[in-house]
Design a protein around this ligand. Sequence first.
Ligand SMILES: *Cc1c(COP(=O)(O)O)cnc(C)c1O
Length: 356
Amino acid sequence: MSRPLIARIDTAALAHNLGVARRAAPGARVLSVIKANGYGHGLLRAARALRATDGYAVLTLDEAALLRKEGYTHPIVLLEGFFSVDELPEMARLHLRPVLHRADQVELLARTHLEHRLDVLLKVNTGMNRLGLPPARAAEALARLREIPAVAGSTLMTHFASADESAASVAAQLARFAPLAAQAGAPVTLANSAAILRHPATHGDWVRPGILLYGCSPFADADGPDLGLLPAMTLESRLIAVQRVKRGEAVGYGATFVAERDMNVGVVACGYADGYPRHAPNGTPVVVAGHVCRLAGRVSMDMLCVDLAHAPAAHVGSPVELWGASLPVERVAAAAGTIGYELLTALAPRVRVEET
Ligand SMILES: *Cc1c(COP(=O)(O)O)cnc(C)c1O
């Protein structure tokens, strides 16, 4: 038997979660965000599972070119636009839609001869202060775009800093965006997963779900299943050893876990080189043979250890779920001081992936 660690991708869950986004934002078209290798689920696998979407959003020309090569004719948005003007002819040829986020990019586009017209998105900085033009500059940039013969159409875009935790912050960003959008008469896109689920006023013409498609909640106060989402990735393995550890003895590197009683410790084939977070502390949940158990000791490169008190019948070969259908990745992430996004996208290339 080979190493038992497998990331199982439930493609029906992805399709189901797309339906959740559609029902939450019934008036909007959906741009499914499949950057970062489909949030760790595989770019082409995610694209295929989500093919009922209205469009895709990725980061790079290479990702978009691969989608075109595979026959996807959907609108494809490039979330960081072009990094060099050399990319523009290919973007136009492939009918990709770059996001323009600096005023100089509008000028660069104006000065580049293109054989094909292209649609663009103009990103407006409404308070996140990462990418985008200030609202006061966006109207003139949009007017300029409308003069460029190679530009077929422009969509106004913004991105929320705190849609997962602050309605006031969403309202403040919306207040900066709305007058511009009203005046421009262009299509708009604002909402990420959190805004789709909790801020209907932001839905606009296109919504941009990412994390929710993968069944993971963007909110700290709810897990995916609480929101009707189905986790699309289950990371599963097996026990490859069981140790009897005496009271007072330690487990793992640095002896950070000391047994308070005689106990059984299960050794799981999964470590930080697989993408499991090394900072997960003692007590982080791990499901062994259907029982929620507690991580014991430091996560090592290829293995981690579990207190088997809650799974007394567990033995070598017992199934283990690190996260997924019965243990939301959000719980593991919260224990490790991070978010589900990071764990999903950090799945290591060495992990075998199987589709169900
Ligand atoms: C990644 C990304 C999204 C998706 O965000 P989620 O929180 O995963 O839904 C939406 N818009 C932009 C601009 C992004 O970069």
